[in-house]
Ligand binder design. Sequence first.
Ligand SMILES: NC(=O)c1ccc[n+]([C@@H]2O[C@H](COP(=O)([O-])OP(=O)(O)OC[C@H]3O[C@@H](n4cnc5c(N)ncnc54)[C@H](O)[C@@H]3O)[C@@H](O)[C@H]2O)c1
Length: 246
Amino acid sequence: MQEFTGRALLLTGAAGGIGREIAALFFARGASLLLADLDEGAVTEMARQMDPKAERVIAARYDAGREDDAQDIVDRAVHHFGGIDFVVPGAGIYPECPVVRMDAADWRRVIAINLDSVFYLCKAAMPALRDDSAIVTLTSVAAHRGSQNHAHYSASKGAVLSLTRSLAMELAGRTRANAVSPGIIETAMTRDLRGQKGEMLKAQTPARRFGQPGEVASVVAFLCGNDASFVNGEVIHVNGGLYMAG
Ligand SMILES: NC(=O)c1ccc[n+]([C@@H]2O[C@H](COP(=O)([O-])OP(=O)(O)OC[C@H]3O[C@@H](n4cnc5c(N)ncnc54)[C@H](O)[C@@H]3O)[C@@H](O)[C@H]2O)c1
């Protein structure tokens, strides 16, 4: 009997670097999964490889900026699994643009995909959340420090953190809500950043390296599990010391 046997995870951004590791870890611990991503082909293939009989893993095309897509994946999770135990809204984008060149559409797109999506998904999931359930959001070191040329991103992640804390208050008793705040993790999202400023950023990081997606996934799993049963409204930094020292 694994820790998450009989429990259902609703995961967005599931085809991303961090999402894939979260999916693999929860699956290994016995959970059922709904894998949602804009990249439908990628999540469909993930689900097929993990669970060819589609008993414990299903995939869905999902656009994070659309409220009706959030309701749709919640309905599908409830249909297949009877309810939802864990919600991890991981879908996100990280475009580069200084504020001086940022127009309203640039701003709105990032806020819609990174922030509005978390509101849509958590609100839609609320009626389906079972006892001892958990929401774990993905914020960022950018929420705490700001991020040069990514003001929309850092603003969206700061708001995700405060939204998470508000959810922790409103849902307390049945659902815990916490955030994980990664530093620089080796995924496609940070490829350009690591290419441009990698050596400087590593030098600022006491661990002298970037993080691996699995090192985020393990903290997400901790926050969902019984070992974190009294952890609510918190943020756990996963950055090799970059935030403390940078
Ligand atoms: N990689 C890092 O260093 C880092 C640091 C801090 C926070 N984060 C956060 O962690 C989460 C996962 O990041 P990652 O590094 O795995 O990124 P990634 O780029 O590897 O994956 C992001 C995933 O989101 C999906 N996506 C993009 N737009 C979407 C949309 N409109 N609707 C649905 N899905 C969409 C992509 O298809 C992709 O599968 C993000 O929320 C990100 O902001 C990442």
